[in-house]
Each structure stands twice: as C-alpha cells, then as structure tokens.
Ligand binder design. Structure first.
Ligand SMILES: [Zn+2]
Length: 285
C-alpha cells in the first residue's frame, strides 16, 4: 500500500487527484497490519491453511513469455467511411479485421499493450494494437459491428469535449461499446487542439480534463493519451506524464517497441485503398 502511494505520488506530483490519494491513504491507515509478534506459530499455521484453500488466482499474464525486445505495430484509423484520406471504408476495415483474425493476430487491449511495452512480455508472436482516433459516430455504426463479428479488439481515442457533437460518439454509445469488451477508450484531449501551440498550463488542462472525464464517466483509469494530429513538444511529453498517463501515441510512422519513448510512440497509418499486401507490410516489425 505504501509502495502504491509512493508510486502514485510520483505520477501525480503536481498535486493532481489529491482526493484519490487521500482515499488511498485512509484505507492504508485503517488496514495497517498489527505489529504484534507473539503469535508467529499460529500465523504460520493460518497462512499454510490459506495456501491450500486459496483458489488459483486469475493471473492474466501467467502464460505470456518474455522477449528481448517487444514489438507492437499500432495501427491508426480514424473515421470508418469514405471521402478523404483519413477515412477508411467499412468494406476495407472489415477485410483488414478479417485478415488479422484469419492470420491469428492477437489484438491487444490498452492494458495489454501497456504490459507488453513496459514488461516485454507477450502473449504470442503476432500481436497488434488497433487504434481509432477522434471517436466518430461511424465507429459505433460501422466499426463496432465488424469488431464484434471478427472478435478483434480496438482502442478508441476519445475527444471528451466532442461527446455532444452530432458526428461523434456520445457517452451512451461509448458505454455500450465498452461493455461489449471489444472496445476500450483512451484520451484524445478535451478540444483536439495542437498541443504544441498551447502553454504548459493549457496542455496540462487538456490532458487532465479529458482524463478526469473518461475516468469518471467510463469508470476506469485512463492510461493513454493520443496527441491530436501527433503534435507535441518537449512540454507535451512532460505534461502527459504529469497528468497520470503511462503511454502517449503520436502519428510518426513506425513500429513501437519496448525501447521506444513511451510518451511519443509511433503508429502505422492505415490509408484508404490499401491492398491487403500493403496492410500486411504495416504489421511487419
Ligand atoms: Zn485526432
């Protein structure tokens, strides 16, 4: 508990989320172990009993193995529609998700991607992290049915200030998608501004504001920030860490590895009209 508090303090050193920390400290105080040392024998007996009785705990990464360098192709999509270079038509998206399924790719959740990049433990050789930026409404109408059908997982980078805009996902839709288990949501700031054009204070506000909104409304600990248009300067990287994120996504092309800068990870852009052979190339470490 103490360790956890110390770690949290490090992350939120700006005094952010003081409330959460206060709660954590309070729990630690009330559940502090007794300092009595006289009942060592009976304690031993109890713990031996507990051991035999204990159910096998759910260790999600128990069967993952460690590699020298973990490589994660992070695919970047936006709208699932047609019309411009940022939109990938549903037909193409479906072909690509089907390709991943048929070629036995493991599609990572955000938590799993963080685990891979920070511990170098992987579930299998072929892995991919699918991301969709901006949380367009067609992610709900077009992408989600395909993700469910192919049982592939994707992360949607949500602009929290756009949750009431017509062409974007609203909270009810996001919650439904989250509950399906094939989608998780991370931050794409509050207003989708170029962060490198903002003051340090404004950058932090964009990152903390969106994190707080997502944490609260989606009942989660938001762990990843995606920089709008990939725009970031030195202060952006610092602010992302200070705001409590563990990873940050850029738009720089490339394969993310366990050696990459965690607050500026490269991604592979999926463009409309890509052939499956070209798509396959994007996945190659
Ligand atoms: Zn964006």
């Amino acid at each position: 508990m103490q360790l956890l508090s110390r770690r949290s303090l490090g992350i939120f050193s700006a005094g952010l989320l003081l409330l959460g920390l206060a709660g954590c400290t309070a729990t630690a105080t009330t559940s502090a172990p007794s300092t009595k040392t006289s009942s060592t024998t009976s304690q031993k007996k109890t713990s031996a009993k507990a051991k035999t009785k204990a159910k096998p705990s759910a260790k999600p990464y128990a069967h993952w193995h460690t590699v020298k360098t973990a490589k994660v192709p992070i695919l970047m999509y936006h709208s699932i529609a047609s019309g411009n270079s940022l939109r990938v038509p549903a037909k193409q998206f479906k072909a690509e998700m089907t390709y991943l399924k048929q070629h036995h790719y493991y599609t990572l959740t955000t938590a799993e991607a963080i685990h891979v990049l920070t511990t170098k433990q992987v579930p299998q050789k072929k892995i991919v992290w699918i991301t969709l930026d901006d949380a367009y409404r067609d992610n709900y109408t077009k992408a989600w049915p395909i993700l469910k059908q192919t049982q592939t997982h994707a992360t949607i980078n949500f602009i929290t200030g756009f949750a009431t805009k017509k062409n974007h996902l609203n909270l009810a839709e996001a919650l439904k998608m989250q509950a399906s288990g094939v989608v998780d949501f991370q931050s794409h700031t509050v207003h989708h501004l170029d962060l490198n054009q903002l003051t340090d204070k404004q950058q932090l506000a964009e990152m903390v504001g969106s994190k707080t909104w997502l944490d609260e409304h989606l009942h989660q600990h938001t762990r990843v920030i995606c920089y709008p248009a990939g725009r970031a300067n030195k202060q952006t990287l610092h602010a992302a860490k200070l705001a409590g994120y563990q990873l940050a996504l850029s738009t720089t092309p490339g394969i993310a590895t366990s050696h990459s800068a965690r607050y500026n990870l490269p991604r592979q852009r999926v463009t409309p009209g890509l052939s499956l052979a070209e798509f396959q190339q994007l996945l190659q470490p």
